[in-house]
Write a protein that binds this ligand. Structure first.
Ligand SMILES: Cc1cc2nc3c(=O)[nH]c(=O)nc-3n(C[C@H](O)[C@H](O)[C@H](O)COP(=O)(O)OP(=O)(O)OC[C@H]3O[C@@H](n4cnc5c(N)ncnc54)[C@H](O)[C@@H]3O)c2cc1C
Length: 367
């Protein structure tokens, strides 16, 4: 069995791993990223990014749709939330992944695709690459390997609080509006969405597993989608888990970032921004253990708020209905901003990908 030694080994070339790789490589560290997929980027996702989050961190040409209006529906009410700037934009995960991979490799990181990590033992990792088993050793190991993280499991950390996301990418469907459909009966304290992209529309649903099984979510979603005239029979139903069971990200020389660390929102399923922020934070802390982590702390505070709502709803399912209607009432009366649902409370320490840019085998859940 051949063996490779490197300084920093990152498992997973998603947003968390690539954000981490770029910063470390820029500082001259030897960085190797292992990715099981052939192509970097594609991932089951609605591709929604937020104004205070990723919108301002990526080049404008990556963005497919910008939405200053959010149409929100509950069983009893509906409202349109409007702002001067786009509240949410949509992005293709393939495009985002390819762009981030280019940034990381240009900084000097090496990415090896079609390499699946099969075992992690401390700082020793075994992977299958081109049918051959290889061993990798390193001085720092970063688990950025998503919601079913092997690195996380090697640390003995369970992932008990997770949600299920289901997505259908409907091609060539012209849809102008970004919509959120909250229904306690159908989606618990999750929701169904309609997110328009450039040449398609993402239609899907998310729910914490504490509220309902993946199978029930799918049944409820298909019924809801049929009621809105979506013809989904011929399309692939993609599903994946979202991990919001955060139990730390620094474990000596082993680190976790993104979904592997359980940093997504359990309420909305937003996870790209937390993945990027945590990937950057891990990189900076590897470079300097005393570096500032206020950006990640802000994400953690927002995530904890979202977790409290889920836990209330799981303990008292009848509360979900009241919570949804109350939320809409507060949005309508502008007592609560839509930004309260986002994972990016504005932080002056948020660092752009671009200096100088203007500021202001993942196991699918069983269906
Ligand atoms: C249906 C659905 C809709 C969503 N919509 C949104 C949305 O609109 N906005 C948003 O912000 N978030 C959304 N999310 C959540 C978001 O997709 C994730 O939170 C985000 O991708 C996490 O990034 P990550 O880098 O931590 O992990 P990932 O993006 O999952 O990347 C992990 C990488 O590790 C690789 N990997 C895994 N295991 C191994 C292994 N053993 N060996 C080698 N490589 C490995 C994977 O192939 C993958 O490339 C959605 C999720 C779902 C399921």
């Amino acid at each position: 069995m051949s063996s490779v030694s490197t300084d920093i080994l990152i498992i997973g070339a998603g947003p968390a791993g690539l954000a981490c790789a770029k910063i470390l490589a820029e500082q001259g560290r030897k960085v190797l990223v292992l990715e099981r997929r052939q192509e970097i980027g594609p991932k089951v996702c609605a591709g929604g990014i937020t104004w205070d989050g990723l919108i301002r961190l990526v080049p404008e040409e990556l963005i497919e749709g910008r939405f200053r209006e959010q149409h929100v529906f509950t069983s009893l009410q509906q409202t349109v939330v409007r702002e001067a700037e786009p509240i949410i934009a949509t992005i293709s995960r393939r495009t985002l992944g390819q762009w981030m991979a280019k940034q990381a490799t240009q900084a000097g990181a090496e990415i090896i695709t079609e390499t699946k990590v099969t075992a992690v033992d401390g700082l020793r990792v075994t992977a299958i690459c081109g049918g051959i088993s290889k061993t990798f050793t390193c001085s720092h190991l970063v688990g950025a390997d998503g919601a079913n993280s092997l690195v996380r499991r090697s640390l003995g950390l369970p992932a008990e609080e997770r949600g299920t996301g289901i997505n259908f990418q409907v091609p060539q469907q012209v849809y102008e509006r970004m919509e959120w459909h909250l229904s306690a009966r159908a989606f618990g304290c999750g929701y169904a969405w309609i997110f328009p992209h450039k040449d398609s529309v993402s239609v899907g649903a998310y729910s914490p597993q504490a509220d309902m099984s993946a199978g029930r979510l799918k049944r409820n979603f298909l019924k809801w989608a049929a009621g809105r005239g979506f013809q989904l029979d011929e399309l692939a139903c993609q599903a994946a888990l979202i991990n919001y069971d955060y139990r730390g990200h620094a474990f000596g020389p082993v680190w976790l970032a993104g979904d592997a660390a359980g940093l997504a929102s359990g309420l909305t399923g937003e996870g790209i921004y937390p993945a990027v922020i945590s990937g950057k934070t891990v990189a900076r802390r590897i470079l300097d253990p005393n570096s500032d982590q206020s950006g990640l702390n802000a994400v953690l505070r927002r995530q904890a708020q979202h977790r409290r709502v889920i836990s209330l709803s799981a303990r008292h399912p009848s509360c979900s209905f009241v919570l949804m209607e109350l939320l809409l009432l507060l949005l309508r009366s502008r007592l609560v901003s839509f930004h309260a649902l986002e994972m990016a409370p504005f932080s002056p320490n948020t660092v752009n990908f671009h200096a100088g840019r203007k500021q202001k085998e993942e196991k699918p859940p069983r269906l």
